[in-house]
Ligand binder design. Structure first.
Ligand SMILES: *Cc1c(COP(=O)(O)O)cnc(C)c1O
Length: 224
């Protein structure tokens, strides 16, 4: 489903679309734009088909639909340890949903299980889930650095989409996305540039530590 002019997703159009099921990334990538929980609930309630909500970036947005799985049997919420838990190397994720939906996954996963979850992985991820205080602190830090980065980029002539993720999606008033990408790369800072229609003016910039973000801003100042 193509996004609107401002890169938001029109859930009304998605509700009307003919499909057996729908998959919504919330927050979305690479825009970073999130859909508030109340709006998501309306969308889930308006659908009979299966709605999969991919919450890979939810640790940086805090509007999870996970609790709604008790209320809506058509909702499957999928999570990963790759982002908010900083455990991408573990290759682990999980799904939350009604017993019928989970049962469907159980029936086919022995044939299609590309990433079996071994015992070390289970121990690591269980430990991570238990340490809520540590991750709440780390993710709050990412969020505050994201907002600082957004403000600093705006001061430097960037349009920055509102982000609910651990990155910002930004375009400069004078420089093209490719020029920003090349200018930063020449100064040792790597961001993502997608040479694709509608988004080629933008760069996706991952939120780093405070000193990494400072290095990015210094490189930008040197380039601009
Ligand atoms: C990172 C990501 C995932 C999950 O990634 P894995 O590392 O394979 O668990 C899923 N959806 C989105 C939108 C992501 O950005």
């Amino acid at each position: 489903m193509p996004l609107e002019e401002d890169f938001t997703l029109d859930l009304g159009k998605l509700t009307a679309a003919e499909a057996q099921g729908v998959l919504v990334a919330n927050p979305n990538a690479p825009t970073g734009i999130g859909i508030p929980l109340a709006e998501m609930e309306k969308f889930i309630a308006a659908n009979d088909r299966v709605v999969v909500v991919d919450e890979a970036y939810m640790p940086f947005y805090n509007q999870s639909a996970a609790a709604l799985t008790k209320k809506y049997a058509n909702l499957l919420v999928v999570k990963t340890f790759s982002k908010g838990y900083s455990l991408a190397g573990m290759r682990c994720g999980y799904a939350i949903g009604d017993a019928l939906l989970i049962g469907g996954l159980e029936r086919c996963r022995d044939s299609f299980n590309s990433y079996p979850v071994d015992r070390i992985c289970q121990a690591v991820c269980a430990a991570a889930i238990s340490d809520t205080a540590y991750y709440a602190e780390k993710n709050a830090l990412v969020i505050s650095e994201r907002e600082r980065l957004r403000a600093e980029l705006k001061k430097r002539g960037f349009t920055v989409l509102p982000s609910g993720a651990n990155f910002v999606f930004a375009k400069h008033a004078q420089k093209s996305g490719k020029e920003i990408y090349d200018g930063l790369r020449a100064r040792g800072v790597l961001v993502r540039h997608f040479a694709k229609p509608r988004i080629d003016a933008f760069c996706r910039i991952t939120v780093g530590s405070a000193s990494e973000n400072d290095a990015l801003l210094a490189a930008l100042d040197a380039f601009l």
